[in-house]
Design a protein around this ligand. Structure first.
Ligand code: AHG
Ligand code: MN
Ligand code: MN
Length: 333
């Protein structure tokens, strides 16, 4: 089999479809290299002294893990000097990170969740890095938080790396979703999946059911119907999976279908759900739509939401189209 590397894919995509300007290609390659470094750290585990909690909290009030901080640092350092970025923002930093004066400023802006699935770090279960790339607004001089507040439709690239039994990078630049497996011996990303498509129907769902007593009626109704199986209104048995790493759950759904949900609930009405719009929901929504699936917050398409805050949370329903459309319909009824 002829091996196509990430570099070759990016260059050929540029030639054929003119969809990846040189600066964006550089950005993606630098990002992919950073993910390789994170993957190496993750793989060391206890031997690299990277497990366990740090002594700090992030802006969400969550205790940071050592690997949250290490991964954040790796991404910042890798992406600072290339001249392709104007600023970065991260789950692990309250405010944006402008490119230091000593480096040239580029036209892209990068957002990331450096380490997704933190609760799985210490138990050797799949975790990942999620990223989203935006263009800086025309005429922007000094980047501010407001410059990042663009709806997900404006993303020029999005993806994730999943650190599982294999390390896999899944990427879209708006022309389909493609997967690259890290060849650890060669240190290169090799295309292993072209044009990933999510089946429109599924018999698998993912939700943290321990929150069920807090759910609103439409979600209760939807899940009750799934649980009822063959003898219920859906006349079909459904299976449940929950990794507690969004990256891993979405990776499964991209590969064999399913619906992933993190709904808003009655606990904090003004902070819907748990996941963050800008660096979790938006990049995943773009990937899922590019793979033929759907992504909503129960009411509207996630990619159409006009963000108002960098760290804002959002309810998430994504995956196989017919199921996402059904649960979204229940919200409207
Ligand atoms: P993070 O580790 O970046 O804070 O994100 C964790 C998220 C997401 O990956 C996952 O789907 C969800 O939190 C798990 O939530 P529960 O703890 O409710 O299972
Ligand atoms: Mn996360
Ligand atoms: Mn995280």
């Amino acid at each position: 089999m002829k091996r196509v590397s990430l570099t070759q894919y990016l260059i050929e995509e540029q030639r054929l479809n003119n969809s990846i300007p040189a600066e964006l290609r550089l950005l993606i390659e630098v990002l992919a290299r950073a993910c390789k470094t994170i993957s190496h750290s993750v793989g060391k585990g206890a031997l690299g002294e990277v497990l366990g909690a740090a002594e700090s909290e992030n802006v969400q009030g969550e205790i940071q893990k050592k690997l949250d901080i290490i991964s954040n640092e790796i991404l910042l350092q890798a992406n600072e000097w290339g001249g392709h970025l104007a600023a970065m923002a991260s789950e692990e930093m309250e405010t944006i990170h402008p490119i230091p004066n000593r480096y040239p400023m580029g036209e892209y802006m990068l957002l990331f969740d450096p380490l997704d699935g933190s609760s799985n770090i210490d138990v050797n279960v799949s975790i990942g890095t999620i990223f989203s790339v935006l263009k800086a607004p025309e005429g922007m001089a000094t980047p501010t938080e407001d410059d990042f507040l663009q709806p997900g439709t404006k993303q020029v690239a999005a993806g994730y790396a999943v650190y599982g039994p294999q390390t896999v990078l899944v990427l879209t630049t708006g022309n389909g979703v493609h997967g690259f497996t890290l060849d650890r011996e060669m240190g290169s990303w090799v295309m292993t999946q072209r044009n990933i498509q999510i089946p429109v129907d599924t018999a698998e769902y993912a939700i943290n059911a321990s929150n069920s007593r807090h759910w609103y009626a439409p979600v209760k109704r939807y899940i009750t119907e799934l649980e009822a199986g063959k003898t219920g209104p859906r006349e079909k048995n459904f299976n449940m999976r929950w990794v507690a790493s969004m990256v891993a759950d979405v990776h499964r759904i991209l590969n064999r279908g399913g619906i992933f949900m993190y709904p808003a609930d009655q606990r904090e009405p003004d902070k819907p759900g748990k996941l963050r719009l800008m660096y979790e929901a938006n990049p995943m929504a773009l990937l899922v739509e590019q793979a033929g699936g759907a992504a909503t917050d129960g009411k509207q398409r996630i990619l159409d939401i006009q963000p108002t805050k960098l760290h804002q949370r959002v309810a998430v329903f994504l995956g196989s189209r017919n199921e996402v459309e059904r649960v979204t319909r229940y919200h409207a009824e």
